[in-house]
Design a protein around this ligand. Structure first.
Ligand code: FAD
Length: 376
């Protein structure tokens, strides 16, 4: 056996975990059914954003954002990292109060954010509709092109010499100390990390993860039109919804000048088809905030699936007593690009028995009463 660990999945989470284990001296094989940075990583917006749905989410996203900011100088132009900041827009006084509350929660977590009145908001982002009540500017949030960042982590990070990536290599089952591949080969390692996103459930049936479908739309190049990732404060409510279809305004300036528009959330479907009715709702919603948007040229629309756990937090840590040697890093919902680097640190700290920068307990699988079925 020439490897210490096998990581299943070369999305941003698997890539980050492999890079961290390799940096700490492990020889790591990464298996992916397709290639690097597919799955949700290819479908998402790549917004690196501190969120505060719970103290655990704030801690994980703030820690991970710091890791991204530290990594940024090493990334290439093609990784499209930009510290554009997040602008949370308050349409009315009630939402401006929510902005104030968010600011003080961020302050409690050491995250700086600046409250803007209506005039300051307009100066900050002149394309926004008027009147708006104000906003909250989180200067240190950023964006990245996640599929390329995954490739950087696997092929250029500190320990990359210790990483071997096997593409078109589908894991079909786990047995003690082994991963069974689609062609029957058994790949053995003392440490197996299940990091294949939504499909983690196929290897560990019972893992409580459900799909949340999302739509995105990218427009042509309109350089200078937007300067920050701009979201409505209502986005937080929409992200919490647990049934039906919801849309919320979320727009990103790509470094190319293109405008990337999100986003929707739908349950109980695995159909990747672009639904025009959902897209139309997204554009209508966005037009309330960016009136010029409906007259822009749209180039492409697509969908992706977030892997969501019941409490919205990822699962990071040992799979449980039933699965000795098996670890999980999955269920990152709509925040997995942001939280990938901290996920890798928390996983590695548990593997090596070292102290992590934040408490790992809120993300461990044993917070749920999981009853595993048999693997595929
Ligand atoms: C519409 C949308 C917008 C989003 N926007 C953001 C955002 O702005 N910011 C943010 O932080 N997050 C965002 N996310 C969430 C983020 O994209 C995901 O949380 C993250 O990409 C998950 O990464 P992952 O590596 O866990 O999974 P994935 O990216 O899904 O990767 C899993 C990998 O495993 C492979 N695989 C699957 N099954 C097997 C198998 N059996 N054997 C081997 N390989 C296998 C797949 O081929 C794939 O490459 C968004 C998601 C969506 C859908």
């Amino acid at each position: 056996m020439t490897r210490d660990a096998v990581v299943i999945g070369a999305g941003i989470v698997g890539a980050a975990c492999a890079a961290e284990l390799a940096a700490q001296g492990m020889r790591v094989d990464v298996l992916d059914a397709a290639g690097i940075g597919g799955g949700a990583t290819a479908a998402g917006m790549g917004h690196i954003v501190v969120m505060n749905d719970s103290p655990a989410e704030l801690a994980l996203s703030a820690y991970s954002r710091e890791l991204w900011l530290a990594l940024a100088p090493s990334l290439r132009a093609a990784d499209a990292f930009a510290r554009c900041g997040t602008l949370w827009v308050a349409a009315d006084d009630e939402e401006f109060d929510a902005a104030r509350t968010l600011q003080s929660a961020f302050a409690g977590g050491g995250v700086r954010a600046q409250l803007l009145d209506a005039a300051a908001l307009r100066e900050c982002e002149p394309s926004l509709a008027t009147p708006m009540a104000g906003g909250l500017l989180v200067q240190d949030d950023a964006i990245v092109y996640a599929p390329r960042a995954a490739q950087w982590l696997l092929e250029h990070s500190l320990g990359h010499q210790n990483i071997t990536v096997r593409r078109e290599c589908e894991a079909t089952a786990l047995t003690k100390g082994n991963v069974r591949l689609a062609d029957g080969e058994l790949v053995s390692a003392d440490l197996i990390v299940v990091a294949n996103g939504l499909a983690a459930q196929r290897l560990l049936p019972g893992l409580p993860i459900v799909p949340k479908k999302g739509h995105l739309l990218i427009a042509d190049r309109y350089p200078g039109y937007l300067h920050h990732q701009v979201l409505e404060l209502g986005y937080i409510k929409s992200a919490h919804q647990t049934q039906g279809a919801s849309v919320a305004f979320n727009a990103q300036p790509r470094p190319t000048g293109q405008v990337l528009l999100g986003s929707s959330r739908q349950f109980d479907t695995l159909d990747p088809v672009v639904e025009w009715s959902v897209l139309a709702r997204m554009v209508q919603r966005a037009a309330r905030y960016l009136p010029a948007l409906p007259s822009m040229n749209a180039i492409r629309a697509w969908t992706g699936f977030r892997a969501a756990s019941p409490d919205g937090l990822p699962v990071i840590g040992p799979a449980g007593d039933e699965w000795p040697g098996v670890w999980v890093a999955a269920g990152h919902e709509g925040l997995g690009v942001t939280t990938s680097l901290a996920t890798a640190k928390l996983l590695a700290a548990q593997v090596f028995g070292t102290r992590a920068a934040i408490d790992a307990a809120p993300y461990r699988v044993d917070r749920f009463a999981v009853e595993y079925g048999h693997g595929a």
